[in-house]
Design a protein around this ligand. Structure first.
Ligand code: BJW
Ligand code: ZN
Length: 237
């Protein structure tokens, strides 16, 4: 059995990581997403964007995987599991998932915004969030930026190609905790459906995808995912 999990921010919500579009608690409740998560925002005020990503980088140290991440990792006993995640955290890996494809990059990787060279130099400590921190400079004069994918930027082609393959070859796709509005990742469930692969959505809220999927479970990831693989034959009839 080949299972491909397509995860978004809701996957990590029960670990205490805020989602993007939740109006009350989401990361973007306080900041404008197009300002903070775009190359224009970076050009205009790199010190604000850098401070925001540094804070999220350090925040990850105080949280851990939840039962949803652990359930997905446990499916590897008996199934070939690929995780295609829009998340820039490392909670799937920390739960034990072996094949994780990060289509929007990572909070743990940095590179020069001019020459692209990876950066593994020191990062300032950040025990509390602050509004502004100057990013380190590269030898070429460029600025060090988080290795994440902002609006208008291409997805990393190796991760994307592996994701398309993992979706196309799956026996079942499980879409968890994404609002399914950011493309091209939001098109992956449709790719599965076009191949005749059943798609199960796990999300307490309805999304633009909900009326197209094979089955919608209006539950949270930490509730729905443990035991889901065992329940599949009954759920899919
Ligand atoms: C729970 C839960 C619980 C809560 N359990 N569930 C086609 C059509 C229209 C537009 C476009 C298109 N193709 C491209 C575009 C433009 C654009 C786009 O999609 N815009 C739309 C918003 C309109 N896309 C891009 O620009 C992409 N690039 C691109 O296409 O490049 C083309 C190109 C080619 C060649 C050269 C140049 C360019 C890039 C998109 C990058 C997205 N980046 C971000 C930031 C990453 C870094 C960071 O983390 O800061 O990625 S934006 C943000 O949104 C982040 C997320 O990964 C992404 C998706 O969010 P997600 O995960 O769905 O989170 P939420 O908060 O939206 O939803 C959470 C869900 O969880 C909710 O539904 C809750 O109900 C649920 N939930 N608790 C389960 N416990
Ligand atoms: Zn450089």
């Amino acid at each position: 059995m080949r299972v491909t999990v397509l995860s978004g921010a809701g996957m990590s919500a029960e670990s205490g990581v805020p989602t993007f579009r939740d109006v009350e608690t989401g990361l973007w409740a306080k900041v404008d997403p197009y300002e903070i998560s775009s190359s224009d925002g970076w050009r205009r005020h790199p010190e604000k964007v850098w401070a925001w990503y540094l804070w999220r980088h350090y925040m990850m140290k105080s949280v851990g995987p939840n039962d949803g991440h652990r359930a997905v990792a446990a499916w590897q006993d008996g199934a070939e599991v690929h995780v295609v995640t829009q998340n820039v955290d490392d909670l799937h890996e920390r739960a034990g998932s072996g094949q994780v494809h990060h289509v929007h990059g990572s909070l743990f990787s940095f590179r020069c915004d001019r020459c692209g060279v990876p950066y593994d130099g020191p990062l300032p400590a950040m025990p509390e969030p602050v509004e502004s921190v100057d990013p380190p400079q590269c030898r070429c004069g460029g600025l060090i930026r988080p290795d994440v994918v902002w609006f208008g930027e291409p997805l990393p082609s190796d991760q994307w190609d592996r994701s398309v393959e993992a979706v196309s070859r799956a026996d079942v796709a499980v879409v968890v905790g994404t609002s399914a509005v950011v493309y091209p990742a939001a098109g992956l469930p449709d790719l599965a459906l076009a191949h005749g692969i059943p798609v199960i959505e796990v999300n307490p809220e309805e999304t633009p995808l909900s009326d197209r999927v094979t089955l919608s479970l209006r539950e949270t990831s930490a509730t729905a995912l443990p035991g889901l693989l065992q329940r599949l034959p009954a759920l899919l009839g």
